[in-house]
Write a protein that binds this ligand. Structure first.
Ligand SMILES: CC(C)(COP(=O)(O)OP(=O)(O)OC[C@H]1O[C@@H](n2cnc3c(N)ncnc32)[C@H](O)[C@@H]1OP(=O)(O)O)[C@@H](O)C(=O)NCCC(=O)NCCS
Length: 163
C-alpha cells in the first residue's frame, strides 16, 4: 500500500467524481426510507457543483491515493455568516465539511482521521473558530467517527412521511 494525500488539481476531476458517486451509492443503500437516489445526471453534475462551491467559498479538496488509485477525499468550505444569522448568533467564522469519503477496503486504517486533521488545519489557517459537518442520521458509523474526533451534535433535522 502506497498511501498519499494531495490537494485537488484539475486533473483529479475524474477521481473526485468517482468518490462522489461511491459516497452517494453508499447513502442510498443505508437510507431506510428509500428517498435518496443517484439521478442519471449525478455524474458529473454533482462534482461540478462541488468545485463551484469550493471556488466561491474559499474551500479546499484533499484526495487520498494508493499509488494511482483514488481511495478517499474530503471537501471543505468557509461559510459566510449572513446578516440574518448575526441577529441570533455570535459573530463567527465557520468551516464546513461538505463531503468525506474513504473507500470501503481502506476504512479503519486512519485515513479518515488524517483527512479530518488536514481539513481542520486548513480551517485554522483560514481563521475559522468552529468547524461543522452534517451527518445523515442512519449513518451511525460516520456519527461515531465524528464523535470520536470530539464533534458534538448541534442540530437535529426531523422528518415525517405524510399519507
Ligand atoms: C466515516 C469514514 C470517513 C471514516 O473513515 P475511516 O478512514 O474508516 O476512519 P479512521 O480509520 O480514520 O478512524 C478514526 C477513528 O474513528 C474511529 N471510527 C471509525 N469508524 C468508526 C465507527 N464505525 N464506529 C466507531 N468508531 C469509528 C476509529 O476507531 C478511529 O479511532 P482511533 O483513532 O481511536 O483508532 C469512512 O468510514 C467512510 O468513508 N464511510 C462512508 C462514507 C461516509 O459515511 N462519509 C461521511 C459522510 S457524513
Amino acid at each position: 500500500m502506497k498511501i498519499k494525500l494531495k490537494r485537488y488539481q484539475k486533473n483529479d476531476f475524474k477521481n473526485i467524481d468517482r468518490c462522489m458517486v461511491q459516497l452517494q451509492d453508499f447513502l442510498v443503500k443505508i437510507d431506510p426510507l428509500k428517498r435518496l437516489l443517484r439521478a442519471p445526471k449525478y455524474s458529473p453534475q454533482y462534482a461540478n457543483n462541488i468545485l463551484e462551491k469550493v471556488a466561491k467559498y474559499d474551500g479546499v479538496i484533499f484526495l487520498v491515493y494508493d499509488d494511482k488509485k483514488i481511495v478517499g477525499c474530503i471537501v471543505g468550505i468557509i461559510e459566510k455568516q449572513s446578516d440574518k444569522n448575526l441577529l441570533e448568533c455570535v459573530p463567527t467564522r465557520a468551516g464546513r465539511i461538505v463531503e468525506l469519503f474513504v473507500s470501503s477496503k481502506y476504512r479503519s486504517l486512519g485515513i479518515g482521521k488524517q483527512l479530518m486533521s488536514k481539513m481542520e488545519n486548513y480551517m485554522r489557517k483560514k481563521k475559522c473558530d468552529v468547524i461543522r459537518v452534517e451527518v445523515f442520521e442512519p449513518n451511525k458509523a460516520a456519527h461515531n467517527f465524528y464523535r470520536k474526533l470530539n464533534y458534538q451534535d448541534r442540530v437535529i433535522d426531523m422528518i415525517k412521511l405524510l399519507k
